[in-house]
Design a protein around this ligand. Structure first.
Ligand code: KG4
Ligand code: ZN
Length: 341
């Protein structure tokens, strides 16, 4: 089966061609530069940019895959959650193409797709469902932080999520407080690499609560108070690096500890992780280390596939289509607030 997949849920315009679990192409046009000036994603600008980029990105994906539209068996697109107008651009364009080609269309849940990006590996990437095993999946991005029990392929249950800020949002807000450009996560990680993670004792919110939820707004506020009470830190390179390292350590400790606790409770043997924050090398190292110590198999999405991409949409869509699912073309609406069940 050959599928064209489209992803436009936030600030990345992406198109991919997937064939029998193999990612033939995965083109991502990022809008980071555009939104950096505003310190965050501006929905109206994101939508205009998707409108401008979707056709060329799709053409490039088809060309790189060496596939013409008449060879497509289905089209898939992200249905939600995400920015409503951004979703509309991708979903309705994809659906119209499927209608014109008289082939099936499928709207995909963005977070459900994230559950499968850790199973993509190699170059070019291919889905390794042969080694699939029940797992606890950490999805950690700028908009979401959640733990999901993936009991079997296409069968999952949300365990918990953030009650306020997402982990990536916390990285971005702390970075902003110290004057780093948006998105702050990668820049903060760079500074943190030269800092002392024990220098400041920032809180580990909800670490000891007996649930799988997260909260990061208190940690962000604690950093804000620390800088307010001692503004000289802002012009002291060494202590600024210590703030970054200490804040990062707090975020990572909460994510790793709660993930491993869920794994033990549910008695599964595998942890997966995806989402932009999974690019963070300290999180990757700590998560892999904790898994190895506990005899758990870690499966982290490759760094290029952690952030939003259409490949994961296509891979999940193919599994679902092969399982008999599809929707009637022109019948699918976006679901901007679609919660993972
Ligand atoms: O998944 P993603 O590309 O977009 C969504 O939010 O859906 O994630 C972006 C988030 C941003 O908050 C960004 O700062 C964070 O991922 N991020 C990182 C790193 N790279 C990206 N956070 C910490 N360390 C990183 N290396
Ligand atoms: Zn995402």
């Amino acid at each position: 089966m050959t599928i064209l997949a489209i992803e436009t849920s936030c600030d990345e315009t992406s198109a991919a061609v997937v064939q029998s679990g193999r990612v033939l192409s995965n083109v991502v046009s990022s809008q980071i530069q555009l939104h950096a000036e505003y310190g965050g994603v501006v929905p109206e600008l994101a939508t205009r940019e998707h409108l401008r980029n979707l056709a060329p990105v799709t053409q490039t994906a088809l060309r790189e895959a060496n596939v013409t539209v008449d060879r497509l068996d289905a089209v898939a697109a992200t249905r939600g959650p995400g920015l409503p107008s951004a979703l509309l651009v991708g979903l309705k364009s994809a659906e119209a193409l499927a209608f014109a080609l008289r082939i099936p269309f499928l709207g995909i849940h963005h977070h459900e797709a994230h559950l499968y990006s850790p199973w993509l590996g190699g170059s070019p990437p291919a889905a390794d469902f042969a080694s699939f095993q029940p797992n606890v999946s950490l999805i950690v991005s700028g908009g979401h932080t959640m733990l999901v029990h993936v009991e079997a392929e296409l069968k999952h249950r949300l365990l918990g999520s953030t009650v306020d800020d997402a982990a990536g949002e916390c990285f971005d807000k702390v970075a902003k407080m110290i004057g780093l450009p948006y998105p702050g996560g990668p820049a903060l990680e760079k500074l943190a690499a030269e800092g002392d993670s024990h220098a400041f004792a920032f809180p580990r919110p909800m670490l000891n609560e007996a649930n799988d939820d997260f909260s990061f707004s208190g940690l962000k506020t604690s950093v804000r108070y620390c800088l307010r009470d001692d503004p000289a830190i802002l012009s002291d390179g060494r202590r600024l690096r210590d703030v970054c390292a200490s804040a990062q350590a707090a975020i990572v400790e909460v994510l790793v500890t709660k993930t491993l606790r869920a794994v033990r409770r549910l008695n599964v043997g595998c942890v997966t992780a995806s989402g932009g924050v999974t690019c963070n090398l300290v999180l990757r190292k700590e998560l892999v280390g904790a898994c190895r110590n506990a005899g758990i198999v870690p499966r982290l999405a490759e760094r290029t596939l952690c952030t939003d991409n259409a490949a994961m949409i296509g891979v999940l869509a193919e599994r679902k289509l092969l399982g008999g699912q599809s929707s009637s073309p022109l019948d699918t609406d976006i679901a901007a607030s679609w919660a993972l069940a």
